[in-house]
Design a protein around this ligand. Sequence first.
Ligand SMILES: [Zn+2]
Length: 217
Amino acid sequence: MPVRRLVMVGPPGVGKGTQAKLISLRRRLPILATGDMLRSAVADKSDLGSKAADYMSRGELVPDDVIIEVVAERLKSTELSSGFLLDGFPRTVPQAQALDKKLSEAGLALDAVLALAAAPSVVIERIAGRLICPNCKSVYHESANPPREAGLCDVCSTPLIVREDDQPEAVRKRLEVYEESTAPLLEYYRSRGIVMEIDATGDVETVYARIEEALGK
Ligand SMILES: [Zn+2]
């Protein structure tokens, strides 16, 4: 049986978004990203969307029950049996249980949870080199994707900044919060024997090759 119903988890800066795009492209699976789903629910001005928008406009986390509903809506319009790649959901055990319920109602189950991991030092180096244009929001990286002229945005020539959140100390803190909040989720999936641990150290294609090997044909 091909592995077609996937969940991706990984700390900030581990390269999850990039790998999700590659998997989607090469294995022809739609990416269901929570951020996108929330934004489109908000744009649709549905009841659910305006509920979510209330929390987001106050800068609060959207609660589990609302996120679960948003994802459930999106899953309805997805051909579940032909596969999907969930990114950013589930983040908590109740969300994971809600997803399992939804899938089992359709006679299906998750095939795999790809858990991307790298040493904190690797993640900190990746994130700490990140440069943002405060004007047009273009993103650069000191070594991996430098601007043409040091410190200036290619698009609008505005001086680039390092976000507060991307300073090494802040990244360390974000990683701790991530580990704490994700540990129970991974435990939940490990007990089902579907977690595939992926070493996310190295360049994009090296990491992707490990994912392919884990998923098999
Ligand atoms: Zn710019």
